[in-house]
Design a protein around this ligand. Sequence first.
Ligand code: ZN
Length: 88
Amino acid sequence: MKKVKEANEVAELFISLDKKASETSRIRNTVRNAHIRYIRKQPMELINEYAGLMQCKVCGQKHLADMKPNSNGRFYRGAWQCLNGCKI
Ligand SMILES: [Zn+2]
């Protein structure tokens, strides 16, 4: 009987961990979507992902952007803005 109870507790623990994990990935998705939406509104276009080279779609200005550390290849928000202040 005790074993069954323990097994149930373990199962419940896994279920709650699972719930936490899906919550975390949902939050991560929301953040990522917000980031993508933000980038779409900016004039800069990433030409070379490895170098972080970006070009403005409006005036053609290029700059090298710094990648955020430990971010899976994401750049600082400011990197997506044109140095000449272009808006799209
Ligand atoms: Zn520009």
